[in-house]
Design a protein around this ligand. Sequence first.
Ligand code: SAM
Ligand code: SF4
Length: 368
Amino acid sequence: MKTVAEIIEQNAFSHSDLVTLLAAEGDDLKLIYDKAAEVKAKYIGNKVYLRGLVEYSNKCRKNCYYCGIRLGNAKVNRYTIDDDEVVQAAKYIKQLGYGSMVLQSGELMTPTFVDAIERLLLRIHEATDHTLGITLSMGEQSEDTYRRWFDAGAKRYLLRIESSTKELYYKLHPDDNTHSYDIRLEALLTLRKVGYQVGSGVMIGLPFQTLDHLADDLLFLQSLDVDMVGMGPYIEHSDTPLYQYRYLLPSVEHRLELSLKMVAILRIMMKDINIAATTALQTLRADAREQAVVVGANIIMPNVTPQSFRKQYFLYQNKTVVKDDAFAYHEQLEQAIKAIGCEIGYNAHGDSKHFERTPLMSLWGYNY
Ligand code: SAM
Ligand code: SF4
C-alpha cells in the first residue's frame, strides 16, 4: 500500500488513494496540509478574494431534509429583500473594496422570480459602474433562465451537488422530480454550456456519509472540472427531518477536521481552482475559516445581508453571521487574514484561474 507521502506527490489519485488521505492523522495529516499550502502558494498565491454575500430570499419550493429554510418548515417567516436594499448592499460591497458579490436564495422557478433576478442584475451593474463580479446561487433553473441571467451580467454560478453518490443524495432529499439527482447534475452541465464559471460542492460529516462517499465527491468535482468549490460541514437544524439522525453525526471536531482535509486534498488535486472557506466552518469554530485558507482555500464570502433578514435565513443552528455587523466583521477579517500571512485582493474579481486557462474544456472532457 502507498504511503501518504507517496500519494501526495502523484498527479492522479485513485479512490483508494483518496480514502488513505482522508483517513490520515498526525504527521501524515501535516504532510497533506503542508503540500496543499505549497500548491496554493505556487498556483494561487497568498491573496484572498472576498465576495459580499446577500441572502436575497428564503422562499423555496424545495424540501431538502437538511435545510432550515425548506418549504415544509412552517416556523420560517418568509422574505424577499426589495431591489433598492439589494442595490444598496451592492454599493456597500463596492465601497468596501470587495470585487464581487454573491446573490443567494431559496429555489424558485416562477416567471416573476426569473424576471425579478434579471432586472436586479441589470440594476446592480448599472449602480456599481459594471465593476462588480456577480455570482448567483439560486438552484436549478432552465437553460433559458441561466442564459437570461448570464446575459444580464451574472458570470459565476454555485450549485452544490451536496453528495455525488445517488444513494446518499436520496437520504438527504425526497426521491421525486423536484429533487432529482439527474436534474441537478444536468443543471451543472447546462451552466457550463451557457458559459458560467461553475462552482459546486458537498456537505461534509453528514449522517450516513463514509470516507468512500467523500473520496467519490472529490473525484466527482475533478471529473466535472469545476472552476470553484464551496464545501463545508453539515450542521444540524432541529426543524428538519435529518435532525432525527443526529446521533449518527461525527463530533464537531471531527467534522471540522474532515472539512479541512477535504479542502487540502482538493487543492492538491485541482491546483488552480477557487476554493471557498465556508461560513459553516466558522460556525463550528471561530478560526476555522482562516485555517481553511491556510490549507488551500482562497475565497471568503462575508455576509452583507441587511441585519433584519439574517435571522430568517437560518439554514442550520448557531449560524454565526446572524450576529455580525458587516463593517465590524470586515475589520476583524482583515486582521485575521494578515495574521496568517495572506492579504485581501481588493477591487478585483478574483476569477477562477482555472476558468481563465481552460474555458469550456470540460464540455468536451466531461465523462463522469
Ligand atoms: N437554494 C440553493 C441551493 O440549494 O442550491 C442555494 C441556497 S442553499 C441554502 C445553499 C447551500 O446551503 C446548499 O447548497 C447547502 O449545501 C447549504 N446548506 C443547507 N442546509 C445546510 C446545513 N444544515 N448544513 C450545512 N450546509 C447547509
Ligand atoms: Fe431550498 Fe436550497 Fe434549502 Fe434545498 S438547500 S431547501 S433548495 S434553500
